[in-house]
Write a protein that binds this ligand. Sequence first.
Ligand code: PDD
Length: 283
Amino acid sequence: MSRIAYVNGQYVPHLDAAVHIEDRGYQFADGVYEVIPVVNNKLIGEEGHLDRLWRSMEELKMAEPMKRKPLEMVMREVLRQNGVENGLIYLQVTRGVAPRDHPFPRDAVSSLVMTAKKTSPEKAEAKAAKGVSIITVPDIRWARRDIKSVSLLPNVLAKQEAVEKGAYEAFQVDEEGFITEGSSTNAWIITQDGTLVTRPTGNDILAGITRADLLKLLEQKNYKVELRPFTVEELQNAREVFLTSSSSYVLPIVEVDGKPVGNGHPGSISNDLRGIFKDFMNN
Ligand code: PDD
């Protein structure tokens, strides 16, 4: 089955899918996006992702490309045409095509693009069973990280540095020495006394949907959770470390800046949480 993309009202072969060179997403990174996981044909956290997409558009005063109901239908059609039962759907909205000039164009028509891709649950499980390593890098991003903007250059540079050092992800560190989040993930530690710690939402991190869903599950199951920033030192001395995101769910971290976390294997609490999150997605 060849891949199909949705581009401004049309379903086109992925290879030919294109937007104009004066699309503001291309010229100014004037766009927002979402990545939604698909598990057994179900869009996980769909409502939260679409709420966040609409919030990102509102914060940037960007016109919605279409109403929410038809957009939900387009997403399903994209999944169907691509035969994706397990994978990810990517949505991107930009302020549209206009002659290059910084102020918002007067009659901007937002562009909407969607793609879907299959992912391998087996590969994801193998990765989680081994755990991944991370590095820490300075957070050099702008002050509105709550907006899911396509302007991702600092995130790209952080991830590239991780890859060059043989790591999977980079946790970014603010000027006071606290972890903000990963380049495309939210950051968590479990302290020696078993308390889960993750940074509260605000302008300084993305309000992850996986993070929010996991917090709800933790509350139901009476885990001890603290919403507060944590330092690099706490990260290095944590009992367990893990990350959350739409593409990784709950992923144990076994090495930070070249040093093992605990005994260097995925911790039991992180493993339990991955199981709890998978049950949540499958129900
Ligand atoms: N990334 N923090 C950042 C900076 C992110 O880009 C993401 C998502 C997250 C996790 O959010 P969620 O649980 O809603 O996926 C946190 C997506 C997956 C991406 O860019 O591919």
